[in-house]
Write a protein that binds this ligand. Structure first.
Ligand code: MLT
Length: 409
């Protein structure tokens, strides 16, 4: 008899963004004339930077000629891209990361979801609340949790991010083995200081723990005092992996390119306490289960680091940051407390009511899609998240509609 992985039965009925899509689609069927404005999932709307498009076209043309055609590339990514990443994203900021510590992939979602495969099942996992659901769900699937009750999975150490700690959790008093952190944060938009991040690195070193640092939104950091990489913190190379993506940085959500940094000095342990480099394990996993990102996509990603590419990416991020500032300003004017929206594309809003009810109300009355905070965890109850990833005119219209809906309420 074929048996299922029963851990899947512990999962909540559907992935957050699928549930939202289902509700939006039902609304659209009932109101075919209403134009819905989507500020829910963080999906970009602006075209790829011109430098990326040019490099993309050129690489596609190379694939059309026998002399320049390419088949499989290295699973870890082409040298031309890994070298640019190491030099520009890390070494230029004083972070000691080399090209062979970069693993190019098709997304930070896949990498943050897959990475736990190389770790034991019986480890103690600390996960923020609220959180990007992928970290939690993939640990449930792997069997690292008990059942779900009262909005929490048994066995997980929840790191509460609330108004009391300005949405930046401190290391727990108890001992944990694996820690997920994301800054600038999804969903709250909160940022972390170097001192706060150092406390986590120190904790991980003292407890022989591992930090998984999701820096998918680092390009939105405009305050130079804030860290953009965990490797700006001394000692992080021994205890942290970092996840980055071209999705939100350069508009690659539909193009797919990201990378994971696994420093060679980052160790984990066997049951007997022997040190093993995670680099070798992830390399084994990556080369077994992944055949690399397509060549034209890697050329397009490489162009992000050209002079033109850098200027175009900056303009793209500035565009979304302008939207974020507008959302923050308008929603604050309506009397709602906002977190994020500076150095971040997400605005976390205290809706002062049940978050799915607020979601439904905005959809019904304003035709605007947000993300209900409760979908990110128990501490998200009462909040909604608005994403700045859309065209400015649509964000302006959404703010007008929300104003009317809330004033009429
Ligand atoms: C989000 O809206 O939280 C993100 O777009 C999800 C993702 O990047 O997978």
């Amino acid at each position: 008899m074929i048996k299922i992985n029963e851990n899947y039965l512990k999962l909540q009925s559907s992935y957050l963004f699928s549930e939202i899509a289902k509700r939006v689609s039902a609304y659209q069927q009932e109101h075919p004339d209403k134009k819905v404005i989507k500020l829910g999932i963080g999906d970009v709307t602006r075209p790829l930077p011109e430098a990326c498009i040019e490099a993309f076209h050129k690489a596609v043309d190379e694939m059309a000629a026998t002399r320049t055609f390419r088949g499989y590339g290295p699973e870890q990514g082409h040298g031309f891209l890994r070298e640019k990443i190491a030099a520009e994203d890390f070494q230029a900021r004083g972070a000691d990361i080399s090209a062979d510590e970069i693993f190019v992939s098709d997304g930070a979602k896949c990498d943050t979801g897959n990475i736990q495969e190389i770790l034991a099942v019986d480890i103690r996992v600390a996960i923020p609340d609220p959180v990007y659901p992928v970290y939690l769900d993939t640990n449930v699937m792997a069997g690292r949790t008990g059942l779900f009750s009262s909005g929490r999975y048994d066995g997980i150490v929840y790191l509460e991010a609330t108004r009391d700690n300005a949405f930046v959790p401190e290391p727990p008093k108890e001992k944990v083995d694996l820690i997920y952190l994301c800054f600038p944060n999804n969903p709250t938009g909160a940022t972390v200081t170097k001192a706060q991040l150092k406390a986590w690195v120190d904790y991980a070193r003292e407890n022989r723990a591992l930090i998984l640092f999701d820096a998918a939104y680092e390009a939105f950091v405009r305050d130079d005092s804030l860290p953009r990489s965990i490797y700006e913190i001394e000692g992080a190379r021994e205890v942290a992996l970092e996840f980055r993506s071209f999705s939100k940085t350069a508009g690659f959500t539909g193009t797919r390119c990201a990378y994971t940094v696994v420093p060679k000095s980052c160790m984990a342990y066997t049951a007997k306490g022997e040190k093993r480099p995670l680099h070798a394990l992830w390399n084994r996993r990556h080369t077994t289960k992944f055949n690399g990102v397509s060549y034209p996509v890697q050329r397009a990603a490489e162009a992000v680091y050209s002079k033109e590419g850098k200027a175009q990416v900056k303009a793209l991020i500035d565009y979304y940051l302008t939207n974020a500032a507008l959302v923050r300003k308008e929603i604050s004017k309506l009397g709602y407390e906002c977190i994020g929206g500076y150095n971040s594309p997400y605005i976390w809003i205290d809706g002062k009511t049940d978050s799915w009810a607020f979601f439904d109300m905005l959809l019904e009355k304003a035709g605007v899609v947000c993300t209900p905070g409760a979908g990110f965890g128990r501490c998200g109850e009462g909040y909604i998240r608005i994403s700045a990833f859309n065209d400015l005119e649509k964000v302006e219209e959404a703010m007008q509609r929300i104003k009317q809906a809330l004033n009429a309420d």
